[in-house]
Design a binder for this molecule. Structure first.
Ligand code: COI
Length: 359
């Protein structure tokens, strides 16, 4: 049975001035709307207590499971203002379906995709003043689920909380659309066979941070990980999938091996690239194929993709003692980005039914 979301409006909604100020330069994930959604699952009663309520702190006991054993997952997708003033989200059902798969991997309860989408629709409609109109800005939706049972026994929690917050956001990288420099992590890996790499669980991101710190220390924006077994096959960045463009126009992306996140943007790009006339290959890519490919000109472009950054060209790959710099022109990444963002902003026909109008 579908969840019913009880509505409790804030008594202190942000004034128009505050919203205008927040939307003028939102950055990424720094400001949040007036409301949030919460729902609680118990092993005995299933999902219930679904509410849209004023945005604010959660009060949790120090012995709450999630603080200790990281049984937590999240999602990210965006709502866009359309040319006619209406609002639409991009592929929310795909994120909802992945949320179910992540939950299964982390021994958390599944939230029905229908409830996931309704939660977002309800929050967006209530906080629609926060949906930016500026090009390249959107309302980023962050659903998450965590173990909120109190106690220190290591086992799947018998009480779990779902929360959805929303944040007006612009460019993910502070440098805007300029190409990013990537650090090759040779000491750390992100995920191994049988691990949680394909789940969007909080721990994967925690595990990436020390390598990300190393990236920053070496003057890079982001880190790229290799497989944990052979330390040879390119997997993904700290929070984004990766694509290579070959000199004959073919797009190559690492195949899904179970340790790579099944990106919704990755999937959308595979579809769009074919329509734009590119061959696409999902296969393993050796890091030496990448390094040498830049040198020989076989690889003409590399780009990262994800919901937050959409498509970010990679200008250089750096490692201990070396660097390979890609050509400055990125026509294929630009074409893919323009098409994808065009669909999201309602400027390019949505022939796949990816846009979900917010009722
Ligand atoms: C996304 O691209 O949406 C990501 O997953 C990165 C995010 C953790 C900021």
């Amino acid at each position: 049975m579908a969840l019913d979301f009880a509505l409790e409006r804030t008594s202190t909604p942000a004034g128009d001035d505050r919203i205008a100020e927040a939307l003028a330069a939102p950055g990424f994930g720094r400001v949040f709307t007036d409301h949030m959604v919460t729902a609680v699952w118990t092993a005995d009663g299933g999902w219930g207590d679904a509410r849209v309520r004023p945005y604010g702190p959660l009060s949790l006991d120090p012995a709450t499971h999630v603080f200790h054993y990281a049984q937590a997952i999240f999602e990210g997708f965006k709502a866009y203002r359309q040319p006619d003033g209406t609002i639409a989200t991009f592929r929310p059902e795909a994120n909802g379906a992945r949320f179910v798969r992540s939950a299964q991997r982390m021994a958390l309860p599944a939230l029905e995709v229908e409830d996931f989408v309704t939660a977002a629709d309800t929050l967006i409609r209530l906080d629609e003043r926060w949906v930016p109109t500026a090009p390249d800005a959107s309302l980023y939706l962050r659903p998450f689920m965590m173990a909120t049972e109190v106690g220190l026994g290591v086992r799947p929690a018998r009480e779990v909380t779902f929360v959805l917050i929303a944040s007006p956001s612009a460019s993910y990288f502070s440098g805007g659309a300029k190409p990013v420099t990537i650090w090759l992590s040779e000491d750390y890996t992100r995920a191994g066979a049988g691990g949680t790499g394909a789940a969007k669980c909080a721990g994967n991101y925690a595990a990436s941070l020390v390598a990300q710190q190393e990236a920053i220390a070496n003057g890079c924006d982001q880190v790229v990980f290799l497989d944990a077994t052979e330390r040879r096959w390119v997997e993904e960045l700290g929070g984004m999938n990766i694509f290579f463009v070959l000199d004959d126009g073919t797009l190559v992306t690492p195949e899904l091996t179970g340790s790579i996140l099944e990106g919704v943007t990755r999937d959308s790009i595979l579809t769009l690239a074919k329509e734009l006339g590119h061959e696409v290959e999902e296969r393993r890519v050796d890091v030496d194929e990448w390094r040498k490919g830049i040198e020989t000109g076989r690889i003409t472009e590399t780009f990262a993709c994800g919901t937050a950054a959409v498509v970010a060209s990679i200008g250089a790959l750096r490692w201990h003692g070396g660097e390979a710099t890609a050509p400055a022109a990125t026509p294929v990444a630009d074409e893919i980005r323009d098409t994808l963002v065009g669909i999201q902003q309602g400027r390019v026909p949505d022939s796949h039914g990816w846009m979900h109008p917010v009722p």
